[in-house]
Design a protein around this ligand. Structure first.
Ligand SMILES: [Mg+2]
Length: 138
């Protein structure tokens, strides 16, 4: 399937336009992110996790809200994961908890970075928005 045949109202292009509007309206975005296999090589298979970590750091530097969504039942391991994030300058504002929406179990985010949710598309969309935000602040 080519990109041209994907005619959904929220194709990547329209996702970028929507996020630009949200950024213009709210002055910031809420970035949901996963831990295992998104920013951490949980199975020690090697590979580049730096691009996602650097992108999250850019979002943090822009003052946007970071929400870590991770399934971690062990409190000590959860603390280790948070410390790992802090080490890279991406201290989460929320951990397995959503800002804005109360009374619903659906995690809230403007965009989600997750190895099981089209990570490359989300990364490219987010890079577009970061560039947009930086161009407006110059
Ligand atoms: Mg994962």
């Amino acid at each position: 399937m080519s990109n041209e045949s994907f005619n959904h109202p929220f194709c990547d292009y329209n996702c970028i336009r929507r996020l630009e509007k949200e950024l213009d309206t709210h002055g910031g975005l809420v970035i949901g992110f996963d831990f295992d296999n998104t920013i951490f090589d949980v199975h020690n298979r090697g590979g580049n996790y730096k691009d996602i970590i650097d992108t999250l750091k850019e979002c943090k530097d822009l003052g946007w809200t970071l929400c870590l969504y991770t399934s971690e039942p062990d409190e000590d391991w959860l603390k280790w994961k948070i410390d790992y994030c802090k080490h890279f300058g991406i201290e989460p504002d929320y951990i397995n908890e959503s800002p804005l929406l109360k009374g619903t179990k659906k995690p809230f985010f403007s965009i989600l970075l997750d190895d099981r949710a089209g990570l490359q598309s989300a990364y490219l969309i987010l890079q577009n928005i970061i560039n947009y935000a930086r161009s407006k602040s110059n």
